[in-house]
Every structure is written in C-alpha cells, then in structure tokens.
Design a protein around this ligand. Structure first.
Ligand code: SF4
Length: 230
C-alpha cells in the first residue's frame, strides 16, 4: 500500500514536452550501485522527505491548472500493487501520467496505462544478476516489458546509463540485444554524485571517446539512439 510519497513540485525535464511534478515511491527490487536515490531504496540511507499520499494529491488539486502531468518514479513504482490506483488518481485530475521503471514488472505496465514510459536497460543480460540478485529472471522480465511496450503503441524511451563495469564499449553490443530498430534509446553519462554504494562516488565516469563507442554500438541496433546531457 502506497501511503507516503516523495514530491518534486515541478520539472521541465522528466516528462518530454510536459510541465510535470514527480511522485517518488519507496523501495526497489534492484540494487544498482550507482543509484542516485539511495534514500528511496535503502532504509536508513537518509531522509527521503516523504509526505502522505493525501497531501501529494492535494498538491495536484492545487496545481492541476498549472501542471500538465505527473511522473511516477522511485525507487521502483511498479513494486506497489496499488500503483494503478495512484495513476488513476492523477488522471482524474486531468493530468498525464509518465512512468519511470526498471522494467522488472511487465504485467504492471498494462494496468498503469501511462501516457509515456521511460524504461531502463541497465546492462547486458548476463550482468543483471549483479544488479538484481533477488530477481533471478530480471533480464527476461525487462525483455518482456520492452516487448509489451512495443506492441502497446504507447510512446516510450529506453534509458541506458553508462555505468562503468556494466555499460562499457566492449559489452555495449551485447546490451544492444535488448533493443530493436525502432526504439528511442537515450544514453546518459553516469555521474558519481549520491550513490547507493558509497564506493561509486569515486568511480570515474566514461570519457567522451568511450561514450561515443557505446553509442555507436547502440546505434548499430537502434539507429535513433542518442546521447542526452553532458
Ligand atoms: S537506479 Fe532505479 S532500479 Fe536501480 S536501485 Fe535505484 S531506483 Fe532501483
């Protein structure tokens, strides 16, 4: 049961073309060491600054004439069986719904009925057990989510974070096995800011040359792949 949420009051960058707020749910089935929201993933990792769901929905009531959408993010929002109810509550206020997901809950996608989905592909299939030791079929679940999104007709983007040791020039072609030609793929640089594993705060991000090699490998499979950010 979702009882409390993190709330970012507005964002121009999280939902393409939409002024949106961001609602963060707590908890995740993955343990990506570079995760930038450790306070939402690991109990005791910091104060996530949550508010009661009623307060978050009250904020939507106040701001629904200014905002055009809400992003459901986390953590992993699809971990919560009542996420579709939260999505419905957003829609009832006339707002569009965007979902951020790690892709490990393919059956939830149809229930949430998001207007836009950002789904992560985090590594080649062989490396998913290192990211999600408690989800033995994580890679297969991500592949099922991608297949559902392609068949649904809903707009979506595939996010790839160039996390060293998981997304590298020599493994990017294998990671691209998850992709298809029509996919909108966005490659973003790993940034050693707040990370779930403190050791990752000193991990050196890939340089421009390595990033270009990774992007080329993704483009070989998905020609629309592009780099976002610096
Ligand atoms: S990056 Fe996303 S999927 Fe990975 S641990 Fe953090 S919230 Fe979970």
């Amino acid at each position: 049961m979702i009882s409390r949420l993190g709330l970012q009051r507005s964002s121009l960058t999280d939902f393409p073309g939409v002024l949106a707020c961001v609602l963060f749910t707590v908890g995740c089935d993955f343990r990506c060491p570079w995760c930038h929201n450790p306070e939402l993933v690991e109990p005791g990792a910091g104060d996530p600054g949550l508010v009661p769901v009623g307060e978050a929905l009250g904020f939507l009531d106040e701001r629904k004439r200014v905002l055009s959408g809400a992003v459901l993010s986390g953590g992993e929002p699809c971990l919560h069986p009542d996420l579709p109810r939260l999505a419905d509550a957003v829609r009832r206020r006339g707002l569009k719904v965007k979902l951020d997901t790690n892709g490990s809950f393919p059956d939830a996608l149809a229930e949430v009925r998001a207007d836009y989905v950002a789904i992560d592909v985090k590594a080649r299939a062989a490396d998913y057990p290192r990211l999600a030791p408690l989800v033995p079929d994580a890679a297969a679940r991500v592949a099922r989510s991608l297949a559902w999104l392609r068949s649904s007709g809903a707009p979506f983007e595939v996010r790839v974070t160039a996390a060293p040791g998981f997304v590298d020039p020599d493994t990017a072609a294998s990671l691209a096995d998850f992709l298809e030609a029509g996919d909108e793929v966005v490659l973003q640089r790993f940034r050693p800011l707040r990370t779930l594993d403190p050791a990752w705060r000193s991990v050196e991000p890939h340089g421009d040359a390595a990033l270009a090699e990774i992007l080329a490998a993704l483009k070989a499979r998905s020609p629309k792949a592009r780099h976002r950010g610096g």
